[in-house]
Design a binder for this molecule. Structure first.
Ligand code: ZN
Length: 73
């Protein structure tokens, strides 16, 4: 991998397409909220497309955020 990419992140979220993030729920939340860097979001997308567990977490996070937005309107 390239060590020079992703240095713009506020926190060092170690994401790898080949394995689950240490805190998949948090990463899923950040992903749905658009708080990941573009590079991190890409890696997470690539990961959950082949990981049913993380895909489910991303879906749950998405539904949660969608529900929140509904309440705010
Ligand atoms: Zn995963």
């Amino acid at each position: 991998m390239s060590p020079s990419s992703g240095t713009q992140g506020k926190r060092a979220l170690e994401l790898s397409a080949g394995r689950c993030p240490a805190d998949a729920s948090e990463v899923a939340d950040l992903y749905v909220l658009g708080r990941l860097t573009e590079a991190q979001a890409e890696v997470f997308e690539e990961h959950f497309l082949q990981c049913p567990e993380c895909a489910e977490k991303a879906e749950l996070a998405y539904e949660f955020v969608a529900a929140l937005k509904k309440y705010q309107r």
